[in-house]
Design a binder for this molecule. Structure first.
Ligand code: SF4
Length: 105
């Protein structure tokens, strides 16, 4: 009979119950807070974190992505529903998505 404990210890694909494709491992281990698209969206009374990858103007990452963007500019670009998605799709401790780009600090 095989030793199950040893089987899992020696199986390098079995890591925390997750399987990573070799090219996807970096993204899976990073969080939104390390992403260049994770910016401040500044309103009249509050400032919240959002994802600039949802805004077409910044999605290509051709231009430099600013640290903060005014909420009026976001509303003009993607509308109210887009703004809600932009604010809810990311989080400081959430795993990075497929659009992840590391910060160039
Ligand atoms: S949701 Fe994706 S693109 Fe947006 S901040 Fe997070 S990792 Fe970056």
């Amino acid at each position: 009979m095989t030793n199950l404990r040893d089987y899992y210890r020696r199986n390098f694909l079995y890591s925390s119950h997750r399987l990573y494709l070799p090219q996807g491992k970096e993204r899976a281990l990073r969080t939104c807070s390390e992403c260049v698209f994770f910016i401040n969206i500044v309103g009249r009374t509050e400032k919240r974190k959002g994802c600039a990858a949802m805004i077409p103007k910044f999605a290509g990452a051709v231009k430099r992505i600013p640290e903060q963007v005014d909420v009026v500019e976001v509303l003009r670009e993607i509308g109210q529903v887009g703004l809600q998605e932009c604010l809810s799709c990311c989080g400081k401790d959430l795993s990075a998505c497929g659009f992840f780009q590391p910060r160039r600090d």
